[in-house]
Ligand binder design. Structure first.
Ligand code: PBE
Length: 271
């Protein structure tokens, strides 16, 4: 029946991820902004649960709307996904992933600060680690460590002018997603090569911003801006140092399988 209402079929539910994610907050905003999403809800659970639901739907060619983002391997594992157009710009355009340092880090641990400030890589670099880990089943940390060994030229750009130290500790705070586990682990590896002792603490986005702002953590490489983490950034921006982008070309949005041919824009989701 060509008049099938997708909303009804999926119970007016967007399949989402962890409640602490920026994309979950943004999706609540989308539901408020788009009149046609009146009465819709986000089912928040975990990234793994969302991927399982997505895989199940694709295998049965059933409709599903998920919260999706790049860099991520979901677009390689499933080669038939598309972002929905977002005419109201709730999810924004292209995003950057920024590094933030606590105030005082530059003075107290100048070499760590310098390396973190110089850390910069591409979507392809980050996704390479994520694909390899999802393919081989190896932990992101293991793959990231190998990536650092295999990419001495890139790492040399981050360590340029950084002097060796003897066991200075650095506390990185990050989020639990694979993308951020990749960046935190490559930076940790590069810091270790220079003699630092590094810990990585994955926490909720809000806690990550708070930790860098109150000095519990030295730095993070995991701030998605200008959209995904905007609320958290605003809350704490007077209390951290913004080191700029470490990656350009990230993206978030609502994602559906291509076989949902009639659905190309968020506005195509019926109330
Ligand atoms: N993500 C991946 C996170 C940031 C990294 C897009 C799921 C989020 O806060 O939404």
């Amino acid at each position: 029946d060509s008049s099938t209402n997708v909303g009804e079929e999926i119970d007016y539910t967007i399949t989402g991820i962890e409640p602490g994610a920026g994309i979950s907050v943004t999706t609540e905003k989308a539901i408020e902004e788009y009149e046609n999403l009146d009465g819709w809800q986000v089912e928040q659970s975990s990234t793994a649960a969302m991927i399982t639901e997505l895989e199940k739907a694709i295998n049965n060619e059933e409709p599903i709307v998920v919260t999706g983002w790049n860099p991520h391997w979901m677009f390689t594992k499933f080669d038939n996904l598309k972002y929905l157009e977002d005419p109201q710009g709730v999810y924004g355009e292209v995003e950057q992933i920024k590094s933030l340092a606590r105030k005082g880090l530059a003075e107290e641990k100048p070499n760590a600060y310098k390396l973190i400030d110089q850390f910069n890589w591409s979507v392809e670099d980050m996704e390479g680690i994520m694909y390899e880990s999802s393919d081989s089943g190896e932990d992101i940390a293991t793959v990231a460590k190998r990536w650092v060994e295999d990419n001495p030229d890139k790492v040399a750009e981050w360590t340029e002018g950084v002097e060796d130290v003897n066991g200075v500790s650095v506390e990185l705070v990050s989020t639990p997603w694979d993308s951020e586990r990749a960046s935190a682990n490559v930076v940790a590896e590069a810091l270790k090569q220079k003699g630092f002792e590094v810990t990585i603490t994955p926490v909720d986005v809000a806690v990550m911003f708070e930790a860098v702002a109150n000095g519990d953590g030295d730095a993070t490489m995991a701030a998605w801006m200008p959209q995904t983490h905007a609320d958290f950034y605003e809350d704490f921006k007077d209390d951290f140092v913004d080191l700029g982008a470490n990656l350009d070309g990230a993206k978030i949005g609502l994602v559906v399988p291509e076989y949902m041919e009639e659905i190309n824009s968020i506005e195509d989701l019926e109330a």
